[in-house]
Design a protein around this ligand. Structure first.
Ligand SMILES: Cc1cc2nc3c(=O)[nH]c(=O)nc-3n(C[C@H](O)[C@H](O)[C@H](O)COP(=O)(O)O)c2cc1C
Length: 137
């Protein structure tokens, strides 16, 4: 069964800590069931999520996610086949976005939309995976 990896960006709708905790609870429960792994980069004004796993499961997960009213404007940035997962140990790693994600000014200036080439988005997650590998205990 081929493995698929996809990345999308969206904007939180009514963001707060309790909502984020609820999203992560849902995500981890479903992903453990569906053999999906990945990471969610979180900012008050943007989600950037990587999902990976069996193609049909990843697509079904994304179909549910885009119906979710806890965020708006999902934009798919990348979908491709992979040989190995980037976050094999994480049903959904969450990471408070660091300065290496865009500034608010950059988002307002269209940085997310300009990302449509997609491969650029992978770099954020590659850095995140590498930083977590260093600190995994
Ligand atoms: C930003 C965001 C990320 C999410 N990530 C996932 C995820 O990785 N996997 C997942 O199954 N659901 C995720 N969800 C939750 C889904 O939208 C949905 O609530 C969940 O899959 C349960 O679906 P159901 O209510 O149809 O059973 C996410 C929601 C949001 C807003």
């Amino acid at each position: 069964m081929p493995l698929t990896q996809m990345i999308y960006a969206s904007q939180p709708f009514g963001f707060d800590d309790a909502m984020l905790a609820g999203i992560l609870l849902d995500a981890r429960r479903c992903n453990a069931r569906d053999d999906v792994t990945g990471a969610l980069i979180v900012r008050g004004d943007m989600y950037l999520q990587l999902l990976e796993g069996p193609k049909s499961k990843v697509e079904a997960t994304y179909e549910r996610i885009i119906q979710d009213d806890r965020h708006v404007n999902p934009v798919r940035l990348l979908t491709h086949e992979i040989d190995a997962r980037m976050f094999p140990e994480w049903s959904m790693l969450d990471d408070p976005a660091k300065s290496w994600v865009w500034s608010i000014a950059e988002v307002r200036g269209g940085a997310v939309e300009r990302f449509s080439a997609g491969k650029e988005a992978l770099k954020f997650f590659q850095r995140l995976a590498a930083s977590r590998a260093d600190t995994a205990g």
